[in-house]
Ligand binder design. Structure first.
Ligand SMILES: O=C(O)CCC(=O)C(=O)O
Ligand SMILES: [Fe+2]
Length: 300
């Protein structure tokens, strides 16, 4: 499914319905979020319930189903963020729309049911501000998660960078040193040794953070790494956001980490939790490139 399949008019209709559903407080909060002052925004439950979908379909060029309504909602949020949807060649088969649903697997990840510790998505990639090269892929700036089903009431935990800062005290600044090495996922194989990077990158006084499959690359980094690692073992440090069907959680992938507790009830439900996920970046990405042609070769 391509983003281009959805017409501008269809997206506008859904965007209008979404913004009309926001209270004054919601609107203020959204503005703070857009300015980067809050790590997440939770869009209220979609007013387009199943029965009204048909009604709105008549104004639109296509029939609205639960699925394409959810996609339109995600594209409307992209427009609210004034951003661009990002697909990564080595992630989700290059498709921009990811169905996040737990499966019984030994692998730890958003598609499993095991405990998913705090992380940022694609944390091994550069922040946009870290490179001047327009042809380099960057980590997602935002994640949008629209809930389709969540009968198990599984939460997404969001941990704001300010809490990490407060808990780490003076040692937080050591996260800004080039003392850490990030590892790519199994789907990409490095062909060059990756340079050491900071976990926290300061950009014009704004601290951006990433954390995913990371190890200290020097003895100096070991202590602060261990402090952070131990801190992040406590998932309850963040906020637990239990999405209801029709709600969308948008979070800033650079000012918070996210995770999830293990999903224990997986075998007991016929239709497990389902979220639709889209990555949004402030600037368009080089289409179809692997994360970094210079450093990575795709497996297989
Ligand atoms: O399942 C969740 O709540 C979080 C999933 C996740 O980490 C992701 O989609 O990147
Ligand atoms: Fe994630």
């Amino acid at each position: 499914m391509d983003v281009e399949e959805y017409t501008h008019e269809d997206i506008k209709i859904v965007q209008k319905i979404m913004t009309n559903a926001l209270t004054r407080d919601n609107q203020d909060e959204l503005q703070e979020f857009l300015k980067g002052e809050l790590s997440y925004f939770r869009f209220p439950q979609d007013p387009l319930h199943e029965k009204t979908l048909r009604e709105v379909s008549s104004q639109s060029h296509r029939e609205l189903t639960i699925k394409n309504n959810a996609v339109l909602r995600l594209l409307a949020i992209r427009d609210i963020l004034k951003g661009y949807v990002t697909a990564y060649k080595t992630e989700n088969g290059g498709e921009y729309l990811r169905e996040v649903t737990p499966k019984i697997t030994d692998q730890v990840g958003s598609q499993g049911a095991k405990y998913l510790p705090y992380h940022s998505d694609m944390g091994y990639l550069r922040f946009s501000e870290e490179t001047n090269h327009a042809n380099k892929c960057r980590a997602p700036d935002y994640l949008s998660l629209t809930c389709i089903r969540n009968s198990e009431k599984v939460g997404t935990f969001v941990l704001d960078i300010d809490i990490i800062k407060e808990k780490m005290g003076n040692s937080f600044n050591f996260l800004k040193r080039n003392w850490f090495s990030f590892q790519s996922p199994d789907s990409v194989k490095p062909i060059k040794k990756y340079k050491s990077k900071p976990i926290v990158f300061s950009n014009n006084g704004v601290d951006l953070m990433r954390w995913e499959k990371c190890l200290p690359s020097s003895l100096e980094g070991a202590e602060v790494y261990t402090t952070l690692y131990k801190l992040l073992e406590n998932i309850d440090l963040g906020e637990n956001i239990i999405l209801k069907p029709g709600e969308t959680l948008v979070f800033n992938n650079r000012r918070c980490l996210h995770g999830r507790k293990a999903i224990k009830s997986l075998k007991a439900v016929d239709e497990p939790r389902l979220l639709f996920r889209v990555y949004v970046n402030n600037f368009p990405q080089p289409a179809g490139l692997p994360e970094d042609e210079l450093f990575y070769r795709q497996e297989g």
